[in-house]
Design a protein around this ligand. Structure first.
Ligand code: ME8
Length: 686
């Protein structure tokens, strides 16, 4: 196979965020693909980094009494350190406050300006500081008198009033962009996102404001404003340039790494930032007369109870390091096995372009069936059996002629290699893992069917040695196939087998299966992926989800822990039932399922929360509920509730209340009504 080149990038993450599962997902997918390419011998470059300029960072710094640069220097290592812990092997880490980057952004601006694509104009409109993006009012949601973007529900958008700014002639590039996307089906992937962008482009483009004057934390616009204002470059023009600037040499636009890698650039991103990458970025490059990247690959969102995992939603914050550590302590192997369990779950659970809801049920389900029962069990029992074989002086021997059973195993191996390769090439790690796990299943069956434990006790030593050979080589092959996704587990298995560094297998390897390593007696270690019983699973949930969120923020996996149950207040004696209600009485009440979009305490009270609840109607409802002592506002966001939807609206403490949510309890609220499945808002409850 000829050597190819590969350049993979992740978004550069906002530096003042704490890395969460969503950030980890993109970075793990990129790391998996980079490892796959390196294992195939491709010349590979993998870049990640942090986005450090902009209003958001400036505001955070002021709040903390730091300069923006001090804040960035203090927090940027959180990302770099997290990636190290999660086994990410990036070749470079770019920070947009580095000189090498700032210099290139200035040069890019210069080229865009020389192309005649910049002019001064007055901007007026909505701006979301969370996204650092401009919005049309029609793209926003109105929640309790304020407008919000689709993601940042905690902070409304701001009205930028007549800010003078440099505008980029984005409209000029609409036709060329359409042509490029149409001619290059690989440019935006998967297909659903390509169609979305084509539809957007065909709707026409408006010029884009690309500088700001109302704050200072950014790269200064190198061009003089004839009206004398100081501008900083719009943070997205600055940030997108990282993909190019990180390859440049000595502050020049170009250099050997640009030559080598730029045309191979694959930008892996979440769907939230597709427009910036698939419209603005290529237009900037076209204007600067620079080549476009090869591909923009968008993935879906990880959600918790349907709510996007993000910094602004505390109830969705599951720390990737904490999760990985809870799934397996590094100390047991010298390698962080929980990291691999998490990497496996994230990549196996959802196809790349789709959204995926994180639940502990699905996490423990995958762990138990795929890691403990399939892979762990196979490795653990094979090591024991092979160890016994070596101890009885049986040296595995390559069969001169394959029995039907052995030849079926080889066929499965070849298929696994073929499918896993194809699916990784097609950016479908979940399907690659499916294919690999089919082979794991076949090998488990092979151990059962050949009954190696019986062979070891018998006299047919030739067959025993051949079975050992087939089993050893299968384990070795698995260790290579899982390496991009589960590098630590792969290393553990290869260390046990005495095998060297893993390369990506080809179909020829599938046929020979064995040749790549010296046969050494495997040494048993602690079992790989031991089963987690219910108690251990509960302990993990307790460790990861703060007590006040546990009942509400995530679907509980088990009954409440006994300690929590004991703490629950005792109910008063139930009151006697009032007289019977007729079905007509009941029908007068309209109960509907709702989802809480936003929640905040009602000022001046300790008991009341002001909820914004989606009932599937044109506008969400404003509802006041007396639950604040038991349910903090953050715990309510994203929660499903049952609402009495046809109560006459009223006002409570100056806040309009257009319904009531059901809860059990009297003076102390003990529990909110719940639905044990995901039900569309507005569904009738009877
Ligand atoms: O947007 N599910 O940075 P950011 C899946 N600085 N992926 C998620 C996710 C979720 N719930 N939440 C975040 C920015 N991500 C800009 C990027 S690039 C030139 C500038 C991932 O810190 C996903 O990749 O908000 C998403 O695109 C990215 O984090 C956004 O990170």
């Amino acid at each position: 196979m000829t050597q190819q080149r590969s350049y993979l990038t992740t978004p550069i993450y906002y530096v003042n965020d704490v890395p969460h599962l969503g950030h980890a997902y993109t970075t793990i997918v990129a790391d998996t693909l980079a490892r796959f390419h390196r294992m195939r011998g491709d010349e590979t470059w993998f870049l990640t980094g942090t986005d450090e300029h902009g209003q958001k960072v400036e505001e955070a710094a002021i709040k903390q009494g730091l300069t923006a640069q001090q804040l960035c220097d203090r927090v940027a290592p959180r990302f770099a350190d997290a990636w190290k812990t999660l086994g990410i092997e990036n070749d470079d880490f770019i920070r947009t406050t580095e000189e090498r980057h700032k210099h290139i952004v200035g040069k890019l601006w210069h080229r865009i300006s020389q192309a005649g694509d910049l002019y001064l104009e007055t901007y007026q409109g909505w701006y979301c500081v969370g996204c650092e993006a401009f919005y049309k009012e029609s793209d926003l949601d109105k929640v309790a008198e304020a407008f919000h973007c689709k993601v940042h529900k905690a902070r409304p958008v701001e009205w930028l009033d007549k800010e003078r700014s440099w505008f980029f002639r984005l409209s000029k590039y609409a036709e060329r962009l359409i042509e490029h996307v149409e001619k290059n089906p690989q440019f935006i992937r998967p297909e659903q996102y390509r169609s979305e962008i084509l539809a957007f482009l065909r709707g026409g483009l408006k010029d884009l404001s690309v500088s700001r004057t109302s704050f200072a934390w950014g790269i200064p616009v190198p061009e003089a404003d004839p009206e004398g204002r100081s501008h900083v470059i719009y943070v997205w023009l600055d940030a997108l340039t990282n993909y190019y600037s990180a390859l440049c040499d000595h502050g020049e636009l170009g250099g050997p790494r640009v030559e080598k890698f730029w045309s191979e650039a694959v930008h892996l991103i979440g769907k939230d930032i597709l427009r910036f990458h698939a419209v603005y970025w290529p237009a900037f490059l076209m204007s600067a007369n620079l080549p476009l990247p090869k591909s923009i690959v968008a993935h879906g969102w990880w959600t918790i109870r349907g709510e996007k995992i993000s910094k602004s939603m505390p109830a969705t914050r599951i720390g990737p390091i904490e999760l990985a550590t809870a799934l397996g302590e590094p100390s047991s192997y010298g390698f962080p096995i929980g990291v691999d369990a998490m990497r496996y779950y994230l990549l196996r659970e959802v196809p790349l372009g789709n959204d995926g809801d994180f639940t502990f049920e699905s996490l423990f389900g995958r762990y138990t069936s795929d890691l403990a029962n399939d892979l762990g069990n196979l490795v653990n029992r094979s090591i024991t059996l092979l160890g016994q074989g070596f101890a009885a002086s049986h040296l595995p021997t390559r069969p001169a002629q394959l029995t039907t059973q052995n030849s079926e195993l080889v066929t499965s191996a070849i298929l696994a290699i073929k499918d896993a390769t194809h699916h990784l090439e097609q950016l479908a790690p979940n399907r690659a893992l499916e294919a690999i796990w089919r082979f794991v299943g076949e090998v488990n069956r092979y151990v059962n069917d050949t009954a190696l434990w019986k062979q070891l006790k018998g006299d047919d030593h030739a067959t025993t040695r051949q079975t050992m050979y087939m089993l050893l080589s299968s384990l070795h092959l698995i260790s290579r196939l899982i390496a991009p996704v589960m590098p630590h587990t792969s290393k553990i298995v290869r260390d046990i087998l005495g095998a060297g560094p893993a390369t990506w297998p080809t179909e020829v390897d599938g046929d020979l299966m064995m040749q790549a390593f010296d046969l050494t007696p495997p040494t048993a270690t602690t079992p790989l992926f031991p089963r987690l019983d219910a108690k251990q699973q509960d302990a993990i949930v307790e460790r990861l989800v703060p007590a006040e969120l546990r009942a509400t923020a995530l679907p509980p996996t088990t009954e409440p822990a006994p300690a929590a149950a004991k703490k629950a207040k005792k109910l008063k004696e139930p009151e006697p039932l009032p007289g019977p209600a007729t079905i007509q009485d009941f029908k007068k009440l309209e109960l509907r399922s709702g989802r809480v979009l936003a929640a905040q305490p009602v000022t001046g009270t300790t008991k009341l929360l002001h909820l914004t609840v989606d009932l599937g109607e044109a506008q969400p409802r404003s509802i006041v509920a007396g639950i604040a002592e038991k349910y903090p506002a953050a715990a309510m966001i994203g929660r499903q509730v049952i609402v009495v939807a046809n109560l006459a609206p009223t006002e409570i403490r100056g806040v309009r209340s257009e319904g009531m949510i059901l809860a059990a309890g009297d003076d102390a609220i003990l529990g909110l009504s719940a639905l044990d499945g995901d039900v569309p808002p507005g569904t009738r409850v009877r």
